[in-house]
Design a protein around this ligand. Sequence first.
Ligand code: KG4
Ligand code: ZN
Length: 338
Amino acid sequence: MSIKILGIESSCDDTSAAVVTDRVFKSNVIANQQVHKDYGGVVPELASRAHQQNIIPVVDQALQKAGINGNEVDAVAFTRGPGLLGSLLVGTSFAKGFALAHDIPLIEVNHLQAHILALFIKDESQSAEPKFPFLCLLVSGGHTQLVIVEDYLRMKIIGNTIDDAAGEAFDKCAKIMGLPYPGGPYVDKLARQGNPSRFSFNKPRVKGYNYSFSGLKTSFLYFVRDQLKNDPDFIAKNREDLAASLQKTIIEILLAKLKKAASDMNISQVALAGGVSANSGLREALTAEAGKRNWEVFIPRFSYTTDNAAMIAITGYFKYANREFSPDHITPLARMHF
Ligand code: KG4
Ligand code: ZN
């Protein structure tokens, strides 16, 4: 018998619902919140209000697109954390209500683990899957981690950022350049037309497999500020080269530790996950590195890189298979480890 899982994601500013049947993608609906555009970042109170408005229509659409009704769902999986508490509360409360109303199991999901398990969603275009153990570079707006994935639900973090995440570095530097939030995709687009060797910025020296991005942001800020003193149009004239040079630096920082870990641990299965894995430069650089090092590289399909509920649903499926269910008094967690 096939198992139908409804996934709910509401950890930040995207309200999303998805359905998988076993490991097969059926639907994924995302409502992006436009209310934050004028603020240059996510405003938590506005985010939870928008989640409340979006959650019911988003779930309805996800069920409709999957061609099922609520009574056919076998379990509901939801993001318990990490994320914004007010946002998480909306998804958690909805999931609890849905589980209670349909008398089905409730399954808590760790958002970061779900980003990684997005690699295992089956659909028409998804091909090979990584074999265990593999090394995953998880790069998002809030996290930058090197993870050894031993099994679907057994993961070990070996490296972490000690300050900003890679996505934050993209977004904060993009803000300095006057680009909209989140700036990562804009930097990516501009970088394609720029010269990546034109400017150079500070790279961190951090121990082990850990990362740091706050120094790069400061170096970028001071450089741009100094240039603006001589030429008020500096940013406008050099947008592409600034973006390309910044992106190149972020990618070099990310790949240096990834290479070190893969070589120290003798791992040749390497994967990317999280919002920043949408970055075209990072995808290309990793693929090029794989050619040199005989790695087998796995990159999630573009639509599963940034926040989505399909990754929550697939994680729910693996937990369902293990009978890992949550009690109905469960509460969300702003910080959460796996
Ligand atoms: O995983 P995600 O959607 O949310 C979190 O869990 O944080 O990641 C969002 C982050 C943002 O910082 C955004 O700027 C970045 O992913 N991002 C990108 C690209 N697309 C999204 N960064 C660089 N290049 C992209 N193409
Ligand atoms: Zn995320």
